[in-house]
Design a protein around this ligand. Structure first.
Ligand SMILES: *Cc1c(COP(=O)(O)O)cnc(C)c1O
Length: 363
């Protein structure tokens, strides 16, 4: 069986270093917001070429806190892609703001820059882009729109650690870059973790206060905050893994190259464009008989997943919140399939997946 993901195999190369890091933190007696978190924050900011980084408890919290730190008027509208993972939309709602969905481009699966302006109203205050599947959004037109309309820009980088657009790393374009280090992400912890990066000391300070009960000084609370702190243990694991993030991305890119060159053209493959360096958090293909393809792969010993089976506006939880028609988003949700592309997969395994998938294509 070529499994879709296996977190033990993914992390096996780091076990020895994780154990050392764990022992160090265990014996230090300091478990929340300490030296490990400070060091990881500095190292991750340096990796991204940004000035400030604050560790938080998850990717969802990173976006909630970043949005709160902007102090937007209640019920302001925030533009988000229609086909994102639900967390992006939940973050807008939890920050007391209103998500406005914009369709993605069918070739990139990212928000369609040419469709954003029609959704900008007097209440629009921010655009929250998502660099989906490890591909950066087309940032130039989005940056121009933000400038033209005086909008804040946030980036959901939960799937794009290390991805670039015109040589610049995702997370470094907006007022805030929001990261998740959920175990399956390209930079994954051994539990929940997240971070918020920015280039404004004032905004970073707000984030630090918000993540810690709204308190800058112990037991003095200036704003209504959250408890969303990054654990020392997770930070120590992330420091180990950050050193290898470029290797992880490089391997995933090499696996993607095999898929791109060997998979039948009957499958719609991720687009390759100048100026974009993707990190393939997910390697997705599209096919009109997606469910059959998934079953065929499984019957032949290949695990595949769907990211995601249900469009956000079709979720029960969103019935009272989101309405409107998003046919492009739905088409993606109905036809997309993710193939194995983890750090532990071998070239040989990916070649086998190509052979099996191509058999489906010719059948
Ligand atoms: C994983 C993910 C999140 C949420 O991250 P958590 O750490 O699980 O809260 C948000 N947005 C996208 C696009 C994701 O893939």
């Amino acid at each position: 069986m070529i499994v879709y993901e296996d977190l033990a195999r993914l992390n096996a190369p780091f076990f020895e270093d994780f154990k050392k890091a764990f022992n160090l933190t265990l014996e230090s007696g300091w478990y929340v917001l300490g030296e490990q978190v400070r060091s990881f924050e500095a190292e991750f900011a340096s990796f991204l070429g940004v000035q400030f980084c604050s560790g938080v408890a998850s990717g969802l919290d990173a976006m909630v806190i970043a949005l709160k730190a902007l102090d937007l008027p209640p019920d302001s509208e925030v533009i988000v892609p229609a086909n994102t993972y639900i967390a992006t939309i939940l973050a807008v709602l939890q920050a007391g703001l209103r998500p406005v969905l914009v369709e993605p481009e069918l070739v990139t699966y990212n928000i369609d820059p040419s469709k954003i302006e029609a959704h900008i109203t007097k209440k629009t205050k921010a655009i929250l882009v998502v660099h989906l599947y490890g591909k950066a959004c087309e940032m130039d037109p989005i940056l121009s729109l933000c400038e033209k309309h005086g909008l804040r820009l946030l980036e959901d980088c939960a799937q794009s650690h290390g991805a670039t657009y015109k040589g610049r790393l995702t997370g470094s374009f907006g007022d805030f870059g929001c990261f998740s280090f959920y175990p399956t992400k390209n930079l994954g912890a051994l539990g929940d973790a997240g971070a918020i990066v920015c280039n404004s000391e004032e905004l970073d300070q707000k984030v630090r206060v918000l993540r810690n009960y709204g308190s800058a000084r112990k037991y003095y609370n200036d704003v209504v905050g959250l408890n969303s702190r990054l654990d020392e243990i997770q930070a120590s694991f992330l420091r180990v893994k950050l050193k290898r993030l470029n290797d992880i991305n490089k391997h995933k890119k090499a696996l993607a190259e095999i898929y791109l060159s060997r998979l039948s053209d009957e499958f719609i493959k991720p687009c390759v464009r100048d100026g974009f360096s993707d990190v393939f958090h997910i390697f997705n293909i599209r096919h009109p008989r997606r469910d059959e393809l998934k079953a065929f792969l499984h019957a032949n010993g290949v695990g595949a997943e769907i990211h995601y089976p249900v469009a956000p506006h079709r979720q029960n939880a969103m019935r009272a919140v989101l309405n409107g028609e998003y046919p492009i988003s739905e088409l993606i949700h109905d036809t997309t399939l993710s193939l194995p592309v983890s750090y532990f997969h071998s070239f040989d395994e990916v070649n086998q997946v190509c052979d099996i998938a191509n058999r489906f294509a010719s059948s």
